[in-house]
Write a protein that binds this ligand. Structure first.
Ligand code: 13P
Length: 372
């Protein structure tokens, strides 16, 4: 582990960048602002509950194709039954609710009956884990931008899907969009960043209308060979654009969360203080590195009041699924592994994790062009 690298990643900017406090969300001629009044207190409370001290999120919203790849890697077929068995294993891990406040689900899981006959969301409720729902419908090639650049789809029908998810028990949502850096090709183009930021803001506002706390995920992919300073610059521009457009869309920042890559140099410059919590993605770094980075980040003095916690998928599930290997006799060991990483990340969210004190698989989880 190169601690100077970590130190560079986590060095916080010395000065805040004068973010104007968001105006009232009930101004600006939107015909859809009644629900913000209806759900305002609940949105605030949900966001605060998700990032309360020592808690973070389990991201298990992989699409059917992506979770299938994981199941196939341990020799299981990608069937609904196997997907349900895997996710039931996660949610029935005893004690998980001591560290995990919410889980981000793919549509199928939100409405799924586990093989035990219980509803998945009821199993989660027994642990005090709030269900969330991934609502973007994936990245698509973007006309007019670079050939490898994308835009994030999913706004069509979003209000109806969010309303249905809320009725089913979901209380938060996630929308992941990503920009790619390639200095030789001039990526990300302004067009790609603008579209990504605008889409996130529109999504966030629609979620809030339906009572769901939007997790806003502007990912800067770690693919490429550019310097960290380049990533920091791109992230600063991207995250600033997101908040500019969220203000334009009339989002209530207290009822939102941010899920960026783990490069916090720019956070202090770009995140308004009203936004309650950052729930980092792991992005393909190893389980142990993800916990160590989060821990280091939480040891730094900073001006921002937001919680800095986790919303990991790969860095929480990878060794668990390998240990399980689809065999009933390995279930308890796999659950113990999941609990161990959840505890490590909970401690890291308080700056109290002791490196190496929890087991992990020490290998990079990076996958080129990874998609959900
Ligand atoms: P990773 O932790 O695997 O990057 O996933 C985070 C994510 O965006 C899933 O919601």
């Amino acid at each position: 582990m190169n601690f100077s690298t970590v130190a560079l990643i986590i060095s916080l900017a010395a000065s805040a960048n004068g973010f104007a406090a968001p105006q009232s969300s009930t101004r600006r001629g939107s015909g859809l602002n009644m629900s913000l009044e209806k759900y305002g207190d609940e949105l605030r409370a949900t966001a605060a509950q998700l990032v309360r001290p020592g808690y973070g999120l389990l991201a298990c919203d992989e699409s059917t194709g992506t979770v299938g790849t994981r199941l196939e890697s341990i020799g299981l077929e990608n069937t609904e039954e196997n997907r349900a068995e895997w996710r039931e294993l996660l949610f029935t891990t005893e004690g998980l609710g001591q560290f995990i406040s919410g889980a981000i689900l793919f549509d199928e899981t939100l409405y799924q009956t586990a093989n035990s006959g219980k509803q998945m969301i009821d199993i989660m409720a027994e642990q005090g884990i709030v269900p969330g729902i991934k609502v973007d419908t994936g990245l698509k090639p973007m006309a007019g931008a670079g050939p490898e650049e994308t835009w994030c789809s999913g706004l069509d029908g979003l209000h109806d899907r969010c309303t249905a998810a809320y009725a089913r028990g979901a209380r938060f949502a996630k929308w992941r969009t990503a920009v790619r850096i390639d200095e030789a090709k001039g990526y990300p183009t302004n067009l790609a960043v603008k579209e990504a930021a605008w889409g996130l803001a529109r999504y966030a506002r629609i979620c809030q209308e339906c009572g769901l706390v939007p997790i806003v995920e502007p990912e800067v992919l770690i693919d490429g060979v550019h310097a960290q300073s380049v990533t920091a610059k791109v992230q600063e521009n991207f995250v600033s654009s997101v908040y500019k457009y969220m203000e334009e869309c009339g989002c209530m920042l207290e009822g939102t969360l941010l899920k960026p890559s783990m490069t916090v140099q720019t956070l202090q410059r770009t995140i308004p203080p009203a936004m309650p919590g950052v729930t980092f993605l792991s992005g393909g770094i190893s389980e142990e590195d993800a916990s160590i980075y989060l821990n280091e980040i939480n040891k730094i003095d900073r001006l921002g009041p937001w919680a800095l916690t986790f919303s990991f998928s790969r860095a929480m599930q990878s060794s668990c699924i390998k240990i399980w290997a689809g065999k009933p006799e390995n279930k308890a060991a796999a659950q113990a592994q999941l609990l161990a990483r959840a505890q490590a990340n909970s401690e890291a969210s308080k700056g109290e994790y002791k490196a190496g004190s929890q087991p992990s698989i020490e290998e990079s989880l990076y996958v080129k062009d990874y998609s959900y």
